[in-house]
Write a protein that binds this ligand. Structure first.
Ligand SMILES: Nc1ncnc2c1ncn2[C@@H]1O[C@H](COP(=O)(O)OP(=O)(O)OP(=O)(O)O)[C@@H](O)[C@H]1O
Ligand SMILES: [Mg+2]
Length: 318
């Protein structure tokens, strides 16, 4: 169970280096300007809540989520449960920020249980913060989660694995493997996805990263990546999580005063610059994580520097 195929690594070295470099840029600027930090946290609160709940099936839009969280408005035609899910996720994130401050340990089982407690509060109180005591199935998954009798032991082993990191994984790899093994164990009757999308970020944030937010638009890719990880292939999940992380790193860096990271849509760059690649090819490189880029809505955004870096690295490899 804890043997992991690391053959994806070679291909990801550039991506990991780039993410670490961006984290360093942020770390050097800490503490970040309070006003900028507050604004980013508020907008991330809304999009994190919207995206994670929407992946789970909540039908509130981003705007509706914002109205509920920021203006305390209830949305006509939406169930009480959906409102609770939005409010609960907000409380869970606030709780997460307090957990992040406590860096005396990497991960405790109480961290996970308390996050889960917030997620199901007032919705399924009898299950909130409690491990399952019966079988579960995951729709569309290529496996059945382990028997309930094994859950507690497996979860302890997973936490040990994260704490001791016997394979010497970097922070991004560790968060990714943690995410996958957790949903594989499926410790709760419900709320596993929302809980691990928080707990994975607890690891990253304790290491100085911003949260990686998996977008609703990437749901299919994300589920497919989990299915591949079930078969032992972590490549796609590594990409999904790296890209999610890079997007928020870019948001933070972009908010720093005097930032020179200017992202534009690939189509604009192709028009303005004399580049050796067309839009299609650059989009492909972006999707594959081969250039520094992130997706906003339906468009990929990148920088001139990213493309120059790519051209340089190609020359080096030849
Ligand atoms: N094929 C799969 N293999 C492993 N895990 C999967 C697979 N498909 C989905 N999952 C995980 O299971 C989660 C669903 O579990 P559960 O319903 O308990 O969580 P939820 O928070 O209520 O919903 P969701 O996770 O959809 O937000 C998914 O979010 C995903 O992380
Ligand atoms: Mg569910």
């Amino acid at each position: 169970m804890w043997d992991i195929d690391l053959t994806y690594r070679e291909e990801f070295q550039d991506v990991f280096d780039r993410l670490l470099e961006k984290k360093e840029v942020l770390e050097k600027q800490r503490p970040l300007p309070a006003v900028a930090l507050k604004k980013i946290r508020e907008s991330l609160m809304i999009e994190w809540t919207y995206n994670s709940n929407s992946i789970e099936g909540n039908t509130l839009s981003l705007r509706e989520t914002q109205m509920i969280l920021q203006e305390g408005i209830t949305i006509k035609g939406k169930s009480l449960r959906e409102h609770f899910e939005a409010k609960n996720h907000e409380s869970a994130i606030n709780h997460l920020y307090t957990l992040v401050e406590n860096t005396s340990h990497i991960l405790l089982s109480s961290d996970i249980l308390s996050l889960h407690g917030y997620i199901l509060r007032s919705i399924e109180d009898e299950f909130a913060g409690r491990l399952r005591n019966g079988g579960v199935r995951i729709a569309g998954a290529n496996f059945t989660p382990p028997n309930a009798r094994k859950v507690s032991g497996l979860l302890d082993e997973l936490i040990q694995f994260v704490q001791n990191n016997p394979l010497g994984l970097n922070d991004i790899e560790l968060a990714t493997v943690f995410h996958h093994k957790f949903v594989w164990i499926h410790p709760f009757f419900d709320g596993n996805g929302r809980t691990i999308r928080l707990a994975m970020n607890l690891l990253l944030m304790r290491k100085g990263f911003p949260p990686a937010i998996i977008l609703k638009n990437d749901r299919k890719k994300y589920y497919d990546a989990l299915n591949q990880a079930n078969k032992g292939n972590y490549k796609k999940l590594m990409l999904v999580i790296s890209q999610a992380l890079e997007r928020t790193l870019n948001i933070y860096i972009g908010a720093l005063p005097g930032s020179d990271y200017e992202y534009t849509e690939i189509s604009n760059l192709v028009e303005e610059e004399s580049l050796p690649y067309g839009q299609e090819y650059l989009s492909l490189l972006a999707r594959q994580g081969k250039i520094d880029a992130y997706k906003e809505g339906r468009n990929w955004l990148t920088t001139k520097k990213a493309i120059k870096d790519y051209i340089k690295s190609r020359k080096r490899k030849r």
